[in-house]
Write a protein that binds this ligand. Structure first.
Ligand SMILES: Nc1ncnc2c1ncn2[C@@H]1O[C@H](COP(=O)(O)OP(=O)(O)O)[C@@H](O)[C@H]1O
Ligand SMILES: [Mg+2]
Length: 249
């Protein structure tokens, strides 16, 4: 299968006044295949968000490369943990989605209301949500809206940075299932970033495990979970009770 993203020897640094820069990502290499559900996992502070931002061009690269296959502008979209905070509290959901369609010239004006309803339907929300304000929605519903907003851009790649970390466990599963459905229906490639192995385990085909800015393990999700080779992955797994229990059974 073709690679849609190729990352080679990528180094990302944060400048520090009066000191050498802090190296948050220390030369990572991996590729992501078209239509893959790819996991990036590791404890807080290991460099996941720094890497994600660099992939989207939001963070300068010190050395190495990160290259997507040629695709139109806007084809790589990001989803963040704080879905509620990413929505304008003074705009209805319908206005927020219409604004994306308008600003990016994605849809002729008369068709915008229908497109908004279709987007809401795609993320499993009823059409009347378009009249609601963000504060009237649950965290899970707000995350669905941020997914809808990304879908409005007709993405080929979604980079989801801790998209379910702020949600209750039961809601987490439903949002992850939605992402898995969208991957199939929209032929998306999804990069799922999480500190929680249980989250990545449920949906990812392949994954990398990061520790202190480096990749310490990589492979098929099944293989990594059934036979982790690196002590750090074993420690991460042991910290996830349901995963540990599943491994023993
Ligand atoms: N804007 C920044 N300036 C300086 N250091 C940063 C900045 N953002 C993150 N870091 C540091 O880089 C490292 C990786 O952070 P981050 O990419 O946010 O990790 P993760 O997403 O895995 O929790 C951490 O040590 C963090 O303190
Ligand atoms: Mg992060």
């Amino acid at each position: 299968m073709n690679a849609i993203l190729t990352v080679a020897d990528l180094v990302i640094e944060y400048p520090r006044p009066g000191k050498p820069p802090f190296r948050a990502v220390k030369g990572v290499s991996f590729d992501v295949r078209e239509n893959e559900f790819f996991g990036i996992v590791g404890e807080s502070g290991c460099g996941k968000s720094t890497l994600a931002k660099a992939l989207c061009g939001l963070q300068p690269i010190a050395s190495g490369t990160a290259a997507f296959a040629p695709m139109p502008r806007g084809a790589v979209q990001m989803i963040f943990q704080d879905a509620v905070g990413s929505l304008n509290p003074r705009k209805t959901i319908g206005d927020a989605l219409t604004e994306v369609l308008t600003v990016h010239n994605l849809c002729p004006k008369p068709e915008r209301p229908t497109r908004v309803a279709t987007l809401l339907d795609e993320v499993g929300l009823p059409a009347d949500v378009s009249e609601a304000y963000p504060r009237e929605l649950s965290g899970g519903q707000c995350q669905r809206i941020s997914i809808a907003r990304a879908l409005a851009m007709n993405p080929r790649v979604l980079i989801a940075d801790e998209p379910v970390s702020a949600l209750d466990v039961s809601v987490q599963a439903r949002v992850l299932n939605l992402l898995a459905d969208l991957r199939a229906r929209r032929n998306l490639t999804i990069l799922l970033i999480s500190h929680d192995l249980a989250v990545v385990r449920t949906v990812c085909d392949r994954l990398i495990v990061m520790h202190d800015g480096e990749i310490v393990e990589r492979g098929d999700a099944k293989t990594v979970f059934s036979a982790p080779s690196h002590p750090y992955t074993q420690t991460l797994l042991a910290a996830v009770p349901d995963v540990a229990a599943a491994l023993e059974s």
